[in-house]
Write a protein that binds this ligand. Structure first.
Ligand code: DX5
Ligand code: ZN
Length: 221
């Protein structure tokens, strides 16, 4: 059976008790911690950078799935690596030298991901799909938690699944944005491996129940 993973996005956590929130989702069964880095330029919102990541690195053993929504991410990869990232994902739209950015992430011994916005076509990955470790399909326009998933996402995930199966089966397929208990099954059926969920987990009354129910759906055949 395929191992599918839940990655709670701490964007929707209570930042005043961020360490506790991370420990709580770890105890509740999270597989990865999804860390949304926003620079106020590539996306309108501003979140946190390497010092905060280095600080929360101390509270959990879970891998950090760092999603860079920043311009020219290649320039900051060393900083995010030093802060304790395990996966670093950059946006195709934000990086002129995508191949160099991917190589630079891998040289540091980390997993390299590429993310596509809803309007960015999969064909942009034609010449790089063999080189990456993770493909993230955005199911919302990046910048904010708590948005509704955009309609065309499911066919795009299916296409991405086919591309990965045909050309680069080691690549993990991640879906980010608007994932909830009510729709996680459709993302699973479309072929995703990693499911980012921010508001669906952090606004729920009981993280363990929410993550548990999500995993139950993911583990059903
Ligand atoms: C959006 C972020 C997402 C977001 C997901 O820019 O990349 O990771 O936090 O949040 P929800 O699950 O609330 O859509
Ligand atoms: Zn994200």
């Amino acid at each position: 059976m395929k191992l599918r993973k839940i990655a709670p996005s701490i964007l929707s956590a209570d930042f005043s008790i961020l360490g506790d929130e991370i420990k709580k989702v770890e105890e509740a069964g999270a597989d990865l911690i999804h860390v949304d880095v926003m620079d106020g330029h590539y996306v309108p919102n501003l979140t946190f950078g390497p010092p905060v990541i280095a600080s929360i690195r101390k509270v959990t053993e879970l891998p950090f799935d760092v999603h860079l929504m920043i311009e020219n991410p290649e320039r900051s990869i060393q900083d995010y690596a030093d802060a304790g990232s395990d996966f670093i994902t950059v946006h195709v739209e934000a990086e002129t030298h995508l191949h160099r950015a991917i190589e630079s992430i891998k040289e540091k011994g980390l997993k390299a991901g590429v993310s596509l916005n809803p309007a960015t076509p999969l064909c942009l990955l034609d010449d790089i799909i063999e080189d990456i470790d993770l493909l993230m399909i955005m199911s919302v326009n990046p910048g904010f938690g708590g948005q509704q998933c955009i309609k065309n996402t499911l066919p795009k995930i299916k296409k991405a699944r086919n591309l990965i199966d045909e050309r680069s089966p080691h690549v993990l397929l991640e879906v980010d944005g608007g994932v909830k208990l009510g729709n996680i099954r459709s993302f699973k059926d479309a072929g995703a491996d990693i499911f980012v969920a921010g508001s669906a987990i952090f606004t729920s009354d009981n993280y363990e129940i929410t993550i548990g129910e999500m995993k139950k759906i993911l583990n059903e055949e």
